[in-house]
Ligand binder design. Structure first.
Ligand code: GLC
Length: 528
C-alpha cells in the first residue's frame, strides 16, 4: 500500500531546507552504546550503531555534549569546548563519527552550552584567582552580596540560591549547579569565543547545533529580584528576570550569520512563557527550530492536544518557521510513564508517535522511545547523583542505557566482557531489546520504522499544512494534502470513522472498521 508513494531519495532529507521536516534522533551519549567497555556510552559506540539509526529512518542525530567535562551535570558543564572528554573518545573519533554519519545519510547536530561553563574551565579558574574587579572576573557574573545575603533572590534551576560566595567575599551567579558559573554575555570576548567554537565544529562538518538554555544568556539590567520563591515552577509559564529576555535575540542573530556561512542550523532549547514568545527564537534571521515543550507538557486529552497543536502551528507559522514536536528528552520523565505507564502508557505512546509523525514540521525522537522504554523509577539510591535532585526530582530514570540484545543486563550496551553499566538496566527490559523487537512486527520499534518509512516517502507528510476534519468527541482527525488522513482516538470507546481510502498504518489492529481507544491510524485517501 505504502509503496505507491515510494520516494527513493527520501522527501525529508532532500534539499537545503531539510530541517523543516527532519526527524531528529537524540543520542544521550552516556547511555546510547558503550564502545570501549567501561560501562559508559561513547563516540565509538555511536559509530557502531549508525546502521541501526539509518535503518530506523531518521534524518539526523543530535549528540548531547561530549566535550571535556568534570561531569557535574552529565557533560553540560564544559571545561573545553574544542576537546572531547577522554571518557567519550578523542577528537579523531568525533571527526570519524561525523564522516560515518554522513556516509549513512545522517546529519549531525552538536549540543553547545553557551549560558555557562564548568567551574574547571580555564576562564573560571583564572577569574577566581584574579580577584574582584579584574577583567577575568568580567567574563562571568560576579557581584558583592547584600551584607551576608546573595546579591538577589534568584533561584537555581537545580534548587537553592543561584549564587555561591567565594572566600574573598564576592558571589558568582549559576542558574544551574554551582559547578556551572553563568557567563557574562555583555563581554565581547564571550561572543567572539562562542562564534569561534561554532566555526571549529562547523569546519569539521557538523550540520548544526542544539543550543542549550538558549533563553538564558541575557539577564535583566541591574539583576532585579524575581520577587517570589518557587521560581523554577514558573519556568516556561511566566516571566523571570533571568530567562527569555529580549536581548538574547541579538545573540541568536549573530549566530545565524555564522551558521548561514556554512549552511548549518540552530535549534533553540528555549523555555518561553507562551508559543508567541517561543516563536521569536525562530524568526527568519534567528534560529531554525525551537523545541516545542508546550506539546511535551500537554496531557493525553483531545482538547488539550488540539489546543497546543493549533497554538504551535499558528505561532511558528506567523514567523514562517516549521514547528517541532517533542515527546521526551533526557530531562523529563519518559512519555510511556507520563501517559499512565504499563500497557496503557505504551499503547498511548504508540498513538502519540503516529500523531507526532503526521503533524506538519520536524519531530524529535529521544533514544529508547522507539523501544517504548518506560521511566525507571526504582534505581538504587547510590546511583542518584543528578544535580537536579536538589530541586526534588532527578533525571536518571530517563537516562538508563539502551537495551540492544541478549537476555541479561546490560543487554549488549557494552561489548562482551565490558564493565557494569553506569546505571543498571532493569532485567525486565529483556523483552524490550532491539533484537527482540526487530523479530516482532507488532513491536514499538517496528511501528516507528514503518511510520518513518511511510513518512519519508509520502508527499503529504513532513512540512506543510494541516486541515482538521469533523470527528466524534475525543477523536483528533486531520487531513494532510495530498491524500493522507490521520486519526487519533484519545477517548475510551472504539469509534467508527468513515475515511474513504486505504489504511496505511494503525497503532493497534482495527476491529470491525473501528479505531480503538488510545489508538491512531493513517489512511491514504483519494483527493477530490
Ligand atoms: C539543559 C539540558 C540539561 C542541563 C541544563 C544545564 O536544560 O538539557 O540537561 O542540565 O541545560 O546545562
Amino acid at each position: 500500500m505504502a509503496q505507491q508513494f515510494a520516494d527513493p531519495v527520501g522527501f525529508s532529507t532532500r534539499g537545503s531546507r531539510w530541517w523543516r521536516d527532519a526527524v531528529i534522533y537524540q543520542v544521550y551519549l552516556r547511555s546510547f552504546a558503550d564502545g570501549d567497555g567501561d560501562g559508559v556510552g561513547d563516540l565509538l559506540g555511536v559509530r557502531g550503531r549508525l546502521r541501526y539509526l539509518a535503518e530506523l529512518g531518521v534524518d539526523a542525530l543530535w549528540l548531547t555534549p561530549f566535550y571535556r567535562s568534570p561531569m557535574a551535570d552529565g557533560g553540560y558543564d564544559v571545561a573545553d569546548y574544542r576537546a572531547v572528554d577522554p571518557g567519550f573518545g578523542t577528537l579523531g573519533d568525533a571527526e570519524s563519527l561525523i564522516q560515518d554519519a554522513h556516509r549513512h545519510g545522517l546529519k549531525v547536530i552538536l549540543d553547545i552550552v553557551p549560558n555557562h561553563t564548568s567551574d574547571r574551565h580555564p576562564w573560571f579558574e583564572k577569574a577566581v584567582d584574579a580577584g574582584p574587579g579584574s577583567p577575568e572576573r568580567d567574563r562571568y557574573i560576579f557581584r558583592p552580596g547584600r551584607g551576608e545575603l546573595p546579591p538577589n533572590d534568584w533561584e537555581s534551576v537545580f534548587g537553592g540560591p543561584a549564587w555561591t560566595r567565594l572566600a574573598d567575599g564576592e558571589w558568582y551567579l549559576h542558574l544551574f549547579a554551582p559547578e556551572q558559573p553563568d557567563l557574562n554575555w555583555e563581554n565581547p570576548e564571550v561572543h567572539a569565543e562562542f562564534e569561534d567554537i561554532m566555526r571549529f565544529w562547523l569546519d569539521r562538518g557538523v550540520d548544526g547545533f542544539r543550543i542549550d538554555v538558549a533563553h538564558g544568556m541575557v539577564k535583566a539590567p541591574g539583576l532585579p529580584d524575581a520577587g517570589h520563591t518557587g521560581q523554577i515552577s514558573m519556568l516556561g509559564n511566566a516571566e523571570l528576570p533571568y530567562f527569555d529576555q529580549d536581548g538574547v535575540h541579538d545573540i541568536h542573530r549573530s549566530w545565524r550569520r555564522v551558521l548561514d556561512a556554512y549552511g548549518g542550523i540552530g535549534v533553540a532549547e528555549a523555555w518561553a512563557p507562551n508559543a508567541e514568545r517561543l516563536a521569536r527564537y525562530v524568526r527568519p534571521d534567528e534560529l531554525h527550530q525551537a523545541f516545542n515543550f508546550h506539546y511535551l507538557q500537554a496531557g493525553w486529552s483531545a482538547a488539550e492536544l488540539r489546543r497546543v497543536i493549533d497554538e504551535s502551528l499558528a505561532a511558528a507559522g506567523s514567523v514562517g518557521a516549521p514547528t517541532t514536536w517533542v515527546l521526551s528528552n533526557h530531562d523529563v520523565q519518559r512519555h510511556v510513564t507520563r501517559y499512565g505507564g504499563g500497557w496503557l502508557g505504551a499503547r498511548r505512546a504508540r498513538a502519540a508517535a503516529m500523531l507526532m509523525l503526521a503533524l506538519p514540521g520536524s519531530a524529535y525522537v529521544y533514544q529508547g522511545e522507539e523501544l517504548g522504554l518506560p521511566e525507571v523509577t526504582d534505581l538504587p539510591a547510590e546511583y542518584l547523583l543528578d544535580p537536579q535532585w536538589g530541586n526534588g526530582r532527578g533525571r536518571e530514570g530517563c537516562r538508563v542505557p539502551i537495551p540492544w540484545a541478549y537476555t541479561e543486563p546490560p543487554f549488549g550496551f557494552s561489548p562482551p566482557g565490558g564493565g557494569e553499566s553506569w546505571l543498571p538496566v532493569p532485567a525486565e527490559w529483556r523483552n524490550l531489546t532491539v533484537d527482540v523487537q526487530l523479530r516482532d512486527s507488532r513491536s514499538m520499534l517496528c511501528l516507528y520504522r514503518e511510520a518513518l518509512r511511510i513518512r519519508a516517502g509520502h508527499p503529504a507528510l513532513g512540512d506543510g499544512e494541516l486541515r482538521w476534519l469533523d470527528a466524534p468527541e475525543g477523536v483528533l482527525m486531520f487531513e494532510r494534502e495530498p491524500g493522507l488522513v490521520c486519526a487519533v482516538n484519545v477517548g475510551d470507546e472504539p469509534v467508527r470513522l468513515d475515511v474513504p481510502g486505504t489504511l496505511l498504518l494503525s497503532s493497534e489492529r482495527m476491529k470491525d472498521g473501528k479505531l480503538g481507544p488510545d489508538a491512531a491510524a493513517w489512511w491514504a485517501t483519494v483527493s477530490a
